[in-house]
Ligand binder design. Structure first.
Ligand code: ATP
Length: 352
């Protein structure tokens, strides 16, 4: 049995199903992210793990113990929310030590643990400040320290970075990951931000309308989305409408042009419409070459993104973007120029 076993979890609110039939095994020390749009059920699953919401069906097991019917206080979970939720009338040190005090830990041990936590989040100098005297990023680090102070079995993070500005968000997510690895705490993180999920997780569960669309490592989710929903939610992938030409040969028609995928066209038939998914960084501008996909397009826009230049092209009403590394010595094509896009058969994914 894995460290955290969630089996066939369901949650209904009246006649609305918030979580359909959710199962996952999470290993000790794993960092798992629930990723999905607003209303997909991710917070409801997290609240059931925390014990704030009781499941309509299914079970939750932490470290061999069935906690499904236990109250939050009996589960040994640490939680951090989007809105830091620090006690405003307590100092940083008192906030961090609060749970330890409730658990009746002797004061000298509380002081030692608080000191250790302050060192971990690098806020030793702010021990006597009140929450209103700190930035959002600092408050969230205190909330994190408070959540892990009593060494929880599972750390639950509900969009903890959403209220912070972009720069702090990135540095704090790196800090969270470093801390989580160092302490080897099994962690469940909820976000609707795909870039955040890809950068921080060991595994991602993509949720849609209360059900699981796909579970996989960041690289599996990004490189091999299995459904149209996942491909479109990840966002940066090109999505091109096509028609199946020959299932055996793996050929597909885009307008008058023919492309090939080396992935099996399982469940598809000749003449059927499908969607092609193609990563912008897998496409290059090159002369047509046998053994590769070649797509004739017209350049629509060129945007400079720093280390990368994104070139948007069109064939008919379909858009295909490609990313090339910035090179000041390279001549970029002008808008309106016809060009050939080249990409490997294995980089063309076909979704039903
Ligand atoms: P968000 O990112 O907006 O928080 P979410 O993916 O976390 O969304 P949930 O908050 O889990 O989604 O909600 C899932 C569904 O369950 C939604 O349709 C929501 O309206 C519904 N829901 C959640 N809590 C309740 C409740 N207490 N009573 C009724 N319906 C609820």
């Amino acid at each position: 049995m894995a460290f955290l076993e969630i089996s066939q979890l369901q949650k209904h609110f009246g006649n609305q199903t918030a979580v359909k039939d959710f199962s996952i095994s999470i290993e000790k020390g794993e960092f798992i992210t629930f990723l999905g749009p607003s209303g997909c059920g991710k917070t409801t699953i997290l609240r059931m793990l925390a014990g704030f919401e009781s499941p309509s069906k299914g079970s939750i097991v932490f470290d061999g113990q069935d906690v499904t019917q236990l109250r939050t206080s009996q589960r040994n979970v640490g939680m951090v929310f989007q809105s830091y939720a620090l006690f405003p009338n307590m100092t940083v040190a008192q906030n961090i030590g609060f749970g330890l005090k409730v658990a009746k830990m002797p004061q000298d041990q509380i002081d030692a643990r608080v000191k250790e936590m302050l060192a971990l989040i690098k806020l030793e100098k702010l021990a006597d400040r009140y929450p209103w005297q700190m930035s959002g990023g600092q408050q969230q680090r205190v909330a994190l320290a408070r959540a892990i102070a009593n060494k929880p079995k599972v750390l639950l993070l509900d969009e903890p970075l959403s209220a912070l500005d972009a720069k702090i968000r990135i540095s704090l997510r790196e800090e969270i990951r470093t801390l989580q690895r160092a302490l080897n705490i099994t962690t469940v993180f909820v976000t609707h931000d795909q870039e955040e999920a890809l950068s921080i997780s060991d595994r991602i569960v993509v949720l849609n309308e209360g059900g699981v669309e796909q579970t996989g490592t960041p690289s599996e989710i990004y490189n091999f989305p299995r459904t149209r929903f996942v491909a479109s939610f990840i966002g940066t992938l090109n999505q091109v409408n096509a028609t199946v030409a020959d299932v055996q040969a793996g050929t597909l028609r885009v307008g008058e042009q023919m492309l090939t995928s080396s992935h099996p066209l399982t469940g598809l038939q000749a003449g059927q419409s499908c969607m092609l998914a193609l990563r912008p960084e897998a496409v290059s501008l090159a002369a047509p070459e046998a053994g590769k996909n070649n797509l004739q397009v017209v350049v629509d826009d060129v945007s400079f993104l720093g280390s990368i230049v994104r070139i948007r092209t069109r064939t008919g009403d379909q858009v295909v973007s490609l990313d090339v590394f910035n090179d000041p010595n390279r001549q970029l094509p002008q808008r309106g120029t016809p060009v050939n896009l080249s990409f490997a058969h294995e980089n063309l994914l076909v979704l039903q």
